[in-house]
Design a protein around this ligand. Structure first.
Ligand SMILES: Cc1ncc(COP(=O)(O)O)c(C=O)c1O
Length: 420
């Protein structure tokens, strides 16, 4: 067979999302939101209500947080500490944050990660050997999928949050593991970030009585938002102790960068020496460590932030449901609104929302969700007001009317030509 230039396929096919770049970039994707992170920001010079930022507790621009971040920046700069944790990047404050996080999520120990994404990829890689089997949700976040890709042993996906399918795949996994002599790692999310459903953690934990497996939970969206103290989906469902490996990022309710993994001390001790993304990468920057200590303290001591968040969630989700919108089966702050339409129609609709109603929300289309569906994803935060919610509900009623009477179908041709 004749060889070809490596880039040939890229020149020919930009991929399912990339093919829209010319029409979408700068507006629908890679938009620039200016101003301080809050309920109102500026998009292309105009104030919009922002529903697209995972700043759940409104900490991103909280004056106390900003002060601590600025002071830590002045004290440590952005270089400190230099080197990987193992070599020269370890400090007492990293240890203190790990201890405080462990206490907060009710686990013996935690280990800090520079980024959640790489951390999860590495953690999955470190936890399984070739004889082991991974069982995971088909709708898993990209970082879980990439972690599983590194696994050279067997893996099985189960239908999204489907208990029958979970059990069937655990049986398959047990058959394999009995042959290889390995173990089973089941991976679920605490909250699925697109649809907002919680993972069926309670039911999965109950299956531990029948099957021999360890449970890994990515609780990026549950940490800080769910549970009596904000400790996440495990606390909310009353099974935190039965999660063997718990993960959360600082990128959502903590409004920062970094992440952590929590488990029994012995497991964390093992990960400390085997997590390649931490062994061979620079330690979490000190400003982020100090900032995370402050944020964690606020999550612990200011339940009013979570209460305000949930007041907004209830108002938004209740209002959408009352108006007959399909918001699926969300059980978290993530608020999906499902509409029927093509990608160009979705673009026209979002443009209308932004230009005429000053509402900025994310739009999700095929291949992330099935063809013919449009998902508008709204993220309420503690910094939103009930007035923001009301304006948004009214806007949604109008756009639905226009979607149904074909306005966006007609507009979509013009949009395709006009948007650059
Ligand atoms: C479910 C889930 N897991 C992991 C991550 C990755 O975390 P990070 O942004 O810290 O890399 C994200 C996104 O931020 C996420 O939504």
């Amino acid at each position: 067979m004749q060889m070809r230039d490596l880039f040939e396929k890229i020149y020919k096919d930009k991929g399912p999302l990339g093919k829209w770049a010319e029409q979408a970039e700068g507006y629908f994707v890679f938009p620039k939101l200016d101003g301080e992170i809050s309920n109102r920001m500026s998009f292309q010079g105009k104030e919009v209500i922002t529903w697209s930022i995972n700043d759940y507790l409104g900490l991103a621009n909280h004056p106390e947080v900003r002060k601590v971040d600025a002071e830590a920046g002045a004290q440590y700069g952005s270089a400190y500490p230099m080197g990987a944790r193992m070599m020269s990047g370890h400090t007492s404050l990293h240890e203190q944050l790990q201890k405080e996080l462990a206490a907060f999520v009710h686990k013996e120990a935690t280990y800090l990660l520079n980024f959640g994404y790489q951390g999860i990829v590495s953690a999955i890689d470190a936890l399984v050997a070739k004889d082991d089997v991974i069982v995971y949700d088909v709708d898993a976040h990209a970082c879980i999928i990439d972690g599983v890709r590194l696994h050279i042993g067997q893996r099985f996906t189960y239908k999204h949050n489907d208990l029958e399918s979970i059990e069937k795949n655990l049986m398959r996994a047990e058959r394999v593991a009995t042959k290889t002599g390995g173990g089973i790692l089941l991976i679920s999310e605490g909250v699925f970030g697109m649809r907002g459903e919680q993972g069926r953690l309670k039911e999965i934990v109950a299956l531990k009585k029948k099957y021999n497996f360890r449970l890994f939970v990515d609780d990026a969206h549950g940490f800080g938002t769910l549970g009596k103290t904000g400790a996440g989906a495990g606390e909310e469902q009353g099974i935190q102790d039965d999660i063997d490996v718990y993960f959360a990022t600082f990128a959502k309710s903590m409004a920062s960068t970094g992440a952590f993994i929590a488990a029994d001390q012995e497991i964390i001790n093992y990960l400390k020496y085997n997590l390649r993304s931490q062994m061979f990468a620079k330690s979490l920057q000190m400003q982020l460590v100090v900032g995370a200590l402050k944020r964690l303290d606020m999550i612990r001591t200011m339940p009013e932030l979570r209460e305000k968040l949930w007041e907004n969630v209830r108002a938004l989700q209740g209002g959408l449901r009352d108006r007959g919108f399909d918001i699926g089966t969300t059980q978290s702050c993530v608020t999906p609104v499902y509409l029927k339409g093509s990608i160009p129609e979705a673009m026209a609709l979002v443009k209308d929302l932004r230009e005429n109603y000053s509402i900025f929300c994310s739009i999700v289309v095929y291949p992330v969700i099935p063809k013919g569906l449009i998902l508008l994803r709204l993220i309420p935060t503690a910094s939103h007001t009930l007035e923001d919610v009301q304006i948004t509900l009214d806007a949604f009623s109008s756009i639905r009317e226009r979607l149904e009477n074909g306005t966006y179908k007609r507009l979509s041709a013009a949009i395709m030509a006009a948007v650059d």
